[in-house]
Design a protein around this ligand. Structure first.
Ligand code: IMP
Length: 204
């Protein structure tokens, strides 16, 4: 049986756009849920959070569901923002940051503030995917290593893209074309890994 359509367990516009593009390459249509279930991410791991999201959307819609839990891991910040990436601005660690424009912008300001005097600027974007088919399931992972820049550059992508420069690139993630980002990104790698696990969309 071939996988033709999945429900994305997210309403995050940045993720949805990338997922639609990445899955479209394999002839898989990505459907967006009509409600945000606001899953309590109670666990301490990306994989478990992805599982919780995939399970909750499966329970609600009973359709093949694909969840992504992802984030930016910075060793010099003890692994933060990590699983707290989407709401790092409001986390106690390092003090809270006021939301003036967008949450993404507040998250970026907080990372730059905490990294101001820091020499070790290594960082890794991590994505875990969980595909819930009800009767079975699959998971995959993708990583993208790079460094944290000293100021934001570019306007593409979403989240922390303007302050992250992938290894081997002269540009920030937000300066890459969508196709260039897909090739290097944690999400691109995680989708390709998942597709090779389920044999390019065929669930044999
Ligand atoms: P989640 O919805 O709990 O998985 O949170 C993901 C968060 O990690 C996003 O809101 C972003 O802040 C960050 N993130 C994940 N993937 C990316 C990416 O590709 N670019 C920039 N930020 C990302």
């Amino acid at each position: 049986m071939k996988l033709k359509k999945v429900l994305l367990a997210t309403t995050n516009a940045g993720k949805v756009k990338e997922m639609k593009r990445l899955l479209g390459f394999y002839g898989i249509d990505a459907e967006v849920p009509d409600e945000d279930l606001r899953i309590e991410e109670g666990s301490s791991s990306f994989l478990e959070n992805a599982y919780l999201k995939a399970q909750a959307y499966w329970e609600r819609y009973r359709k093949p569901t694909l969840a992504d839990d992802s984030g930016l891991v910075v060793p010099a910040l003890g692994g933060y923002p990590g699983i707290f990436s989407s709401r790092f601005y409001s986390h106690e660690y390092g003090g809270k940051e006021e939301v003036i424009a967008t949450k993404d912008d507040a998250n970026i300001r907080k990372v730059l503030r905490l990294m101001k005097e820091v020499k070790d600027r290594r960082a890794t974007f991590v994505a875990f995917l969980v595909l819930n088919l009800g009767y079975s399931g699959y998971w995959s992972k993708g990583e993208c290593n790079g460094v944290i820049l000293t100021e934001p550059k570019g306007s593409g992508g979403f989240g922390y893209d303007p302050i992250f420069q992938p290894e081997g690139s002269e540009k920030s993630m937000a300066e890459l074309t969508p196709e260039e980002k897909d090739l290097l990104s944690h999400r691109g790698k995680a989708v390709r890994n998942l597709m090779s696990i389920i044999k390019n969309g065929g669930l044999t």
